[in-house]
Design a protein around this ligand. Structure first.
Ligand code: TYD
Length: 226
């Protein structure tokens, strides 16, 4: 995976189901705008028309009743294809133009879900990402960790009995996802900020802003000099 020069910044939120990523992504994008920074919030799988169509296929597999849905390999390929379209058509052009991208999930979700819990391994996921998205990495990945009991309550309120094909997998699968996310963050302390997402949204948002403070100050300094 590669590092490259960018005008805008790229921030991804990661974590298991119901960790509060979508709320925090929206709050961050609003706060950035208040700081005079142009920001665009997007999500994966999705973010472009093509990737949103692939999202439908992934979360509601057409023949789930007959075949049990996608296998780990086909699932990984579909996520990588959706991401490739998203990166090429939306993320790279935005950051090249100076916009900050705030993304609700990115490649580390594939590393944790398909690579970790799905058992196909990190090397395969990184290879697909190198090919599909030329290895693009966020400038910072914010891993939101949440207490499993809190998450169960949040998901019951949000989804009722309607969880999607991946969210509905058992506690064993989601336990492996959480363990892999934690291992990825531990292996790359400069690339990750790990934040406890169990508190109320405003308190979590303050921690997110604290983690991003140096990057925001740097962007404002650049704007002031321009
Ligand atoms: P999302 O809508 O973000 O779910 P939630 O709001 O519950 O966190 O993501 C949809 C599902 O797709 C979620 O179960 C995680 C899964 N997923 C993967 O398995 N691999 C991936 O690469 C991505 C981006 C998501």
């Amino acid at each position: 995976m590669t590092a490259e020069k960018r005008a805008g910044r790229f921030v991804a939120f990661e974590g298991g189901e119901g960790a509060g990523k979508s709320t925090q992504a929206r709050m961050l994008a609003n706060a950035l705008k208040h700081h005079g920074i142009d920001a665009d919030v997007t999500r994966e799988p999705g973010g472009t028309a093509g990737a949103e169509a692939i999202r439908e296929l992934l979360l509601s597999p057409p023949d789930a009743g007959l075949s049990g849905g996608w296998g780990a390999r086909s699932e990984a390929l579909l996520f990588a294809a959706a991401r490739s379209d998203h990166v090429e058509k939306r993320i790279r052009p935005a950051i090249a133009a100076g916009t900050w991208i705030v993304c609700d999930r990115f490649v580390d979700s594939s590393r944790a879900y398909q690579g970790g819990a799905g058992g196909i391994g990190d090397e395969a996921i990184c290879m697909l990402h190198d090919f599909g998205s030329k290895g693009l990495r966020p400038d910072l990945t914010i891993l939101l960790q949440a207490d499993p009991d809190k998450v169960t309550q949040r998901l019951a309120l949000r989804d009722g009995d309607e969880s999607d094909a991946i969210g509905g997998r058992g506690p064993d699968y989601h336990g492996k996802v959480a363990a892999r996310f934690a291992a990825l963050a531990e292996a790359d302390p400069a690339g990750f900020a790990v934040i406890d997402g169990s508190g109320d949204a405003a308190a979590v948002h303050r921690q997110v802003m604290y983690a991003l403070a140096p990057m925001i100050a740097e962007a404002q300094g650049r704007q002031a000099r321009a």
